[in-house]
Design a protein around this ligand. Structure first.
Ligand SMILES: NC(=O)c1ccc[n+]([C@@H]2O[C@H](COP(=O)([O-])OP(=O)(O)OC[C@H]3O[C@@H](n4cnc5c(N)ncnc54)[C@H](O)[C@@H]3O)[C@@H](O)[C@H]2O)c1
Length: 377
């Protein structure tokens, strides 16, 4: 591939897309971005962190004409554009994430477009609640129902009433997503693998865990432990942790994500493969919140940090109890996560301080999620 090759990055105005654009640009590729600057991620203008050298197309992946304009003359597509979080507009997840993605392949087939590779951004959310063990029995539990959550029965139990052992999520595990985001991404995964083969477009699926770092939109405080906790701590508010704070997660730094994206790019070994991309270490959410409290200083420098971890007994409908990925498959290709959650908090905080001043976007999102029944007690 020579320096004149053009790469299309959908969702390239966002967090992972813009960092991927910068890395590819440094390697000599021309960058075209297709993004509809969706609120609340954006305020309808192109973010300042995007290089002036990128070609920017404001358009929607649900629109054929926007895809066609964006696909003209490109070799590869990094497909990041997606609708995310936990709001109850169920159909929008499928319209954007599944139908919008299928449209890409439909147009490649119809117009015989010479696309050489598609890298599809999927998510750990496709596993749903994942896999557990009681003695020798392995099982994939159903989502926890409202009665269980309201009774604070957070964990899955074995018949002997012990807490079942959570097992790391592996690429060939059964997929049992239960929230609209996870279901729409799992359906899109099926589509990109099968349609990729049919259209003869090598496609690779990246199943990211929770990705952290600068440029993660602070305006969209509907999900993302880092941006929500940092916003709360910076504004000297308590850090609201759902359930009992003992739910497990793995967090991965954006720089490690970019290394993974570049590793699979134009790599024939990855054709039609699925890779987990995670932090390779399990954290309790309350421990992650403690790290944020250690690093973040309040916006009013005369104040001492008063915020503390607050377990309100609330939960998010559609949340998973535990989600930690097994990353051995990607490690076999030579990738290894290097950065820690502390690094991510420091990176994000130094970027956030300069950007948003004193407004705490998390309060607004929290209130709206409560009003819509997404956050309950
Ligand atoms: N950030 C994470 O922790 C994480 C974890 C797992 C998977 N992912 C996936 O990675 C991808 C990138 O996520 P991100 O964190 O950079 O999100 P982001 O919100 O920062 O970026 C997504 C971009 O997509 C754009 N977009 C949304 N709907 C669109 C549409 N209909 N048409 C065109 N553009 C549209 C948005 O304007 C935004 O710029 C997504 O597919 C997401 O599902 C992210």
């Amino acid at each position: 591939m020579n320096s004149r090759n053009k790469i299309l990055i959908t969702g390239g105005a966002g967090f992972i897309g813009s960092h991927t654009a910068d890395a590819l640009f440094k390697l000599g590729y021309k960058i075209r971005i297709l993004d509809n600057l969706t609120p609340p991620v954006h305020n309808s203008y192109w973010p300042k962190y995007l290089s002036k050298k990128y070609e920017l197309i404001k358009g929607d992946i649900r629109e054929k004409k926007d895809w066609l304009k964006a696909l003209k003359g490109v070799d590869c597509v990094f497909h990041f554009a997606a609708y995310q979080d936990y709001l109850p507009d169920f159909s929008k997840f499928f319209n954007v994430n599944t139908v919008g993605t299928v449209l890409l392949y439909e147009l490649i087939e119809a117009k015989k477009l010479p696309i050489k590779q598609i890298i599809y951004a999927s998510s750990q959310a496709v596993y749903g609640e994942g896999k557990y063990k009681c003695g020798n029995r392995i099982f994939y539990p159903e989502q926890r129902n409202l009665r269980q959550l309201k009774n604070k029965e957070w964990d899955y139990k074995c018949p002997n009433n012990r807490i079942a052992e959570f097992l790391l999520m592996k690429e060939d595990d059964l997929l049992k997503p239960h929230n609209s985001y996870g279901m729409s991404k799992a359906a899109a995964e099926q589509a990109v693998l099968n349609l990729g083969k049919r259209c003869n477009v090598p496609t690779v699926i990246m199943r990211y865990s929770i990705v952290q770092g600068s440029r993660q939109s602070p305006f969209n405080a509907y999900s993302g432990a880092l941006r929500i906790f940092v916003s709360q701590a910076f504004n000297n508010q308590d850090l609201i942790v759902y359930e009992d704070g003992k739910q497990k997660r793995d967090f991965v730094n954006i720089k490690d994500i970019i290394k993974a994206n570049l590793l699979v790019f134009k790599n024939k070994k990855t054709d039609f493969q699925i890779f987990n991309v995670g932090g390779d270490k399990s954290y309790k959410v309350s421990d992650f919140a403690k790290l944020v409290l250690k690093i973040v200083k309040p916006c009013n420098t005369l104040q001492v940090l008063q915020g503390k971890i607050k377990l309100t007994g609330e939960f998010r409908v559609g949340d998973t109890r535990n989600a930690v990925s097994d990353v051995r498959k990607l490690k076999k290709l030579g990738w290894k996560p290097k950065y820690t959650p502390e690094d991510s908090i420091k990176d994000y905080f130094s970027w956030y301080k300069k950007l948003t001043g004193k407004k705490d976007f998390s309060q607004e999102a929290y209130k709206r999620m409560k009003a819509l029944g997404v956050v309950q007690k």
